[in-house]
Design a protein around this ligand. Structure first.
Ligand SMILES: CC(C)(COP(=O)(O)OP(=O)(O)OC[C@H]1O[C@@H](n2cnc3c(N)ncnc32)[C@H](O)[C@@H]1OP(=O)(O)O)[C@@H](O)C(=O)NCCC(=O)NCCS
Length: 181
């Protein structure tokens, strides 16, 4: 792991070459969505505010994108750091690299005074996120379709929250105020 370096890259500093490298990694790590990622990184057109990338000997081996989004929870508008396209190349899994990427991404969110992390994942991935400090939130989550109409989050996903400050995530239904990311 000694040759691995990590770096925060804000979206405006993503070069065409880095965009291509990240999309290639996403195609490998999310083969079911390779058609989408071969064209663009922005899932549902939500580009990240920043990404944390990991390189081993110059090669891209992991990345996490963080979408900054205002969501409504009960009556409150809250800023969240939304986890997008989190992945580690197969050759580099099981070494704690995903924990490092998440730690750096959430520390940057806290430095930006974003109080919460939010992610959606398959239930079988919950066990990866719990040791990183995330908790499952059972509230109803709605997103908006391309016409702005409310639509439920797909049943296959669970919602997880990370508290990045002493503030506690409020109870109540969650409106993503846009598509999920
Ligand atoms: C999720 C991911 C980033 C974690 O990377 P990592 O820190 O190297 O973690 P590992 O790959 O060692 O996996 C840790 C545990 O999660 C499990 N896991 C990983 N991906 C899984 C998947 N798609 N489904 C079920 N379990 C999975 C592993 O089996 C392992 O469990 P174990 O400790 O009981 O053996 C990496 O597995 C990955 O890139 N997966 C493909 C993309 C993905 O699913 N990203 C998450 C989107 S929400």
């Amino acid at each position: 792991m000694n040759s691995i370096s990590t770096r925060i890259v804000i979206e405006s500093e993503i070069s065409a070459e880095l965009d291509r490298e990240i999309r290639s990694l996403l195609c490998e790590c999310f083969p079911a969505d390779a058609g989408e990622f071969s064209q663009q990184r922005a899932w549902h057109n939500s580009l990240p505010a920043y990404s944390v990338i990991a390189r081993d000997d110059g090669n891209l081996v992991g990345q996490i994108g963080i979408v900054q989004r205002e969501v409504r929870v009960g009556g409150c508008l809250l800023l969240v750091a939304g986890v997008q396209n989190f992945c580690v190349r197969k050759s580099h899994r099981g070494m704690g690299l995903s924990r490092d990427l998440m730690r750096i991404a959430m520390a940057e969110a806290a430095a930006r005074e974003i109080p919460f992390g939010m992610l959606f994942c398959l239930p079988e991935l919950e066990k990866i996120y719990v040791p990183m400090g995330w908790t499952t939130n059972a509230a109803v989550v709605e997103m908006r379709d391309e016409h702005g109409s409310r639509t439920p989050l797909p049943d296959k996903n669970i919602t997880m929250i990370a508290d990045l400050t002493p503030q506690r995530f409020p109870d109540g239904p969650i409106d993503l105020m846009g598509r999920d990311w």
